[in-house]
Design a protein around this ligand. Structure first.
Ligand code: EPU
Length: 447
């Protein structure tokens, strides 16, 4: 069966308005958070993407019921009257990063949990050792057998959890486990990404007590039970940054509705250093090309409030069109430059380095990972047939094709549809010459 692919004719400036959806990396976790109570949790601004569909299916296997509101797009009511099973099917192994986050809810409501190992993008090893140690600190017994984690606990007990690195997923896992544990839990060196704070806000609405202290410490006072709540998922700052760059790099002018300055400060600072144009308007941020050459830049990714690793790929694309040498040091994932090989095939000049080309302390120093790069711009890009390796790389390929001379074919579109809602329609709405080709139903994951 022929796969689905996008065909894009490049060279047209993208112009107009695009509305960002709710954040994938907040909504999926909030679906899991709803398992912590037997009462209804109503979420607004939930994106209709592959990852939310998989997460809803996953949670349904343990007893969650959900209903999309036909009259209000993006509103879903979730309720789990009882947990029917503590065992997640192995078929969810490898689909996304969510199954491990069910450990806490299942342990609280069932006393046992069996979850498959995780998937995610091909951007590094992505282990879950911090998750496992956090749950063990709270009193869970965990073993790994035949591709699955087996956990059990009578009642989780508050503890001090020292995360070796401010991992988003491990922080959320520890939070879900700590909110109903007996006593107080300190999560030190926690992630404080806006998406994590959005979980804290939902959990607080559900009755949890969580203090966001100084120095990345979350102090959680366990409560006996959580109740239903209604919450609007934060907007997707990755999607906002992606469309911002799509507008700038094509020489266009795009108003990104729902882009929030507070969650994009570092991104906006970097855009200003590059010389790209942006302007704040009441319902979002307008991004445009300044009609003069863009300046090169030195950039290092980091945990919040640093420059997000998920902004790195579109920014590298932007740098291929800046006038001079740019340097990017990736400090969050050890292998997040694999996608640049395709950009080089399309005409970009990007060289990878194993050294740390930056000043930030980096876990990958002297560890032989190609985690820095130098980009020489500006280089004209030419069309190509490419296959998407992971979500954020996928959007970069779309932007590359939109800039390139000729017609590109982009395969593996299920990766971008996993994380970007109505991406085809949004590009078309900005005037891109893009069409879906191939078998419309093969590898389709969105429901
Ligand atoms: N890490 C460990 N051990 C662990 C957990 C993490 O060594 O137990 C390491 C990772 O290997 C990585 C670093 O810590 O080097 C940071 O990983 P983190 O746990 O923060 O990432 P994550 O929770 O798996 C989420 C997002 C990612 C985003 C990162 C960083 C979701 C579903 N994914 O991943 O988003 O890049 O935080 O902000 O929330 C994406 O949306 O495309 C994406 C990859």
């Amino acid at each position: 069966m022929p796969d689905r692919y996008y065909e894009i004719e490049g060279g047209k400036p993208l112009r107009g308005r695009v509305r960002v959806s709710g954040a994938k990396n907040a909504a999926t976790k909030q679906i899991v958070a709803s398992l912590l109570t037997n009462e209804p949790v109503v979420l607004h601004n939930v994106p209709r993407i592959g990852d939310t569909a998989v997460t809803l299916d996953l949670c349904s296997t343990v007893g969650m019921r959900y209903e999309w509101d036909a009259a209000r797009p993006g509103v879903v009511t979730l309720q789990t009257p009882s947990i029917d099973t503590h065992e997640l099917p192995l078929s969810f192994s490898g689909l996304n990063r969510i199954p491990i986050l069910l450990l806490g809810p299942l342990l609280h409501r069932y006393g046992q949990a069996i979850v498959p190992m995780l998937g995610g993008d091909a951007i590094g090893r992505r282990p879950v050792d911090f998750h496992v140690k956090a749950l063990q600190a709270l009193g869970a017994e965990i073993t790994f057998e035949q591709g699955r984690y087996h956990a059990c606990a009578d009642r989780l007990q508050g503890a001090v959890i020292d995360l070796p690195y401010p991992s988003v997923g491990a922080t959320e896992n520890a939070l879900f486990a700590a909110v109903l544990a007996e006593g107080t839990t300190l999560i030190r060196n926690a992630a404080v990404e806006p998406e994590v704070i959005d979980q804290v806000m939902l959990l607080q609405k559900m009755g949890a007590i969580i203090f966001v202290d100084t120095d990345r410490t979350l102090v959680v006072e366990g409560v006996e039970r959580l109740h239903g709540a209604e919450h609007t998922v934060i907007n997707d700052r990755n999607e906002a940054a992606s469309f911002a760059i799509a507008g700038i790099i094509t020489g266009g002018d795009v108003l990104v509705e729902g882009a929030e300055q507070a969650n994009m400060l570092t991104f906006l600072n970097k855009l200003r250093q590059v010389g790209a144009g942006f302007e704040f308007v009441p319902d979002g941020i307008r991004f445009f090309h300044p009609d003069r050459p863009l300046s090169p830049i030195a950039l290092e990714t980091d945990v919040h409030p640093g420059f997000m690793t998920d902004w790195q790929q579109p920014f590298v694309m932007l740098m291929t069109q800046a006038d001079g040498l740019s340097v990017v040091h990736e400090t969050v994932y050890e292998r997040r430059f694999g996608y640049t090989e395709t950009l080089v095939q399309m005409g970009a000049e990007i060289q990878l380095f194993r050294q740390c080309l930056g000043e930030k302390p980096c876990r990958f120093k002297s560890r032989d990972f190609p985690h820095s790069c130098i980009i020489k711009g500006p280089t004209p890009l030419h069309a190509a047939d490419v296959t998407i390796p992971d979500l954020r790389a996928g959007f970069s390929y779309l932007i590359a094709a939109a800039v390139a001379d000729g017609v590109s074919r982009i395969h593996g579109v299920q990766y971008v549809e996993r994380g970007y809602s109505q991406i085809l329609e949004k590009f078309q709405g900005l005037g891109a010459n893009i069409e879906l080709r191939g078998d419309a139903y093969s590898n389709l994951q969105i429901r």
